[in-house]
Design a protein around this ligand. Sequence first.
Ligand code: AMP
Ligand code: MG
Length: 310
Amino acid sequence: MKMNLSNIKKSKFYLDKNECVGIPTETVYGLAANAYSQSATSKIFRLKKRPKKNPLIVHYYNLKMLKNDCMLNEDFLKLYKKFSPGPITFVLKLKKGSKISKNVTNKKKTLAVRFPKHPISRKLLKLLKYPLAAPSANISTKISAVTSQDVKDEFGKKLKYILDGGASKVGLESTIVGLINKPQILRLGGIEVKRINKILKTNLKYKRKDKTLIVPGQLKIHYSPGIPIRMNVNSPRLNEAFILIKKKKTSGKNIYYLSKTKNLKEAAKNLYKTLRMIKNKKFKSIAVEKIPNVGFGEAINDRLLRAAKF
Ligand code: AMP
Ligand code: MG
C-alpha cells in the first residue's frame, strides 16, 4: 500500500477539527479522534453506539508522547522494547495532570495504550499534536473492520473520512496486557501469550471473567455476524455456512476456510473477513469446525464464542 501524504493530511484536517476519522492499523481499522478532546471522543461513542462505560484504547507515536499521560514501569519497558510498535496494548497508570479526556477512561485512573505499526497510521500520529483514541471501527457488538470498505459498510455517510491503508495485516485486535499491579492478560490478540511470558519470565494465562467455554450464552456479545454460530461441528446443516480451519478437497458454496495449511496465524487474519463474507450471503447460521485451542487458536475461539451469542 503506497503512502499517500495528501490523504494523511486530509485526515489530520478532520481530526484537528475534532471530527472522527477511520484509520488503518495492522490489527483492525480504528475509529479515531483526538484523545484530549471531550467533544471529539464523545463522537466515537455516538457513532459506534458504544456504552459510555467501555474505555477506549489510545494510540501513540512514541514514548515521549506517552510520558505526558502515563506512568511507565519496568515490565512495560521490556514489552514495549520487544513488541512495539505492534499488536499489543498496555494498561498503565494515568498520570496526574494528563489531558486525556474523561470519556476515554470512563473516569478510571488507568489508560490502555498502543503503538500501531502500520506505516500510514504512524505517519499520521507523527503529524498530530495529540494521541488518538481509536477503538475498532465497527458498530458496537458487530464484526470488526479489516478494510476501508468494511468501515464504510459500518458507518456510511455518518463518518466524515476514512483513510485507506489496504487490508489489515494481523486482522485481529491487539493483545491487552494489564500492567497496574501484577501483569495480567486482559484480551487475547495479535501477540501470543507465550511470547509475553518469555519476556516477563512469567506464566500468565488468559482467564475469562465469565465461565465461557461451559456456558457460551453467558458471554458478553461481541463480533457478531447477526446469525447463530455453532462451534466444534463435524458436518453442517442445511442452509448453514461451514467454516473450516484448513482448505480441504470438499467444496461447495457454503464452505469457507480460514487458512490453506492449518496455519493459526493466517486463520486469525482471515476470521473477520470470512464472517463478513458469510454475513452478506443468505445463510441461516454458521457452523465452525473444531479449532485447536492454542496460540492464535485460543484468540480465534474466544472471538467465536463471543460472536456465537447473538
Ligand atoms: P476496542 O474498542 O474494540 O478497541 O476494544 C478496546 C478494549 O480495551 C475494550 O475491551 C476495553 O474494555 C479495553 N480497555 C480500554 N481501556 C482499558 C483500561 N483502562 N483497562 C482495561 N481495559 C481497557
Ligand atoms: Mg472492538
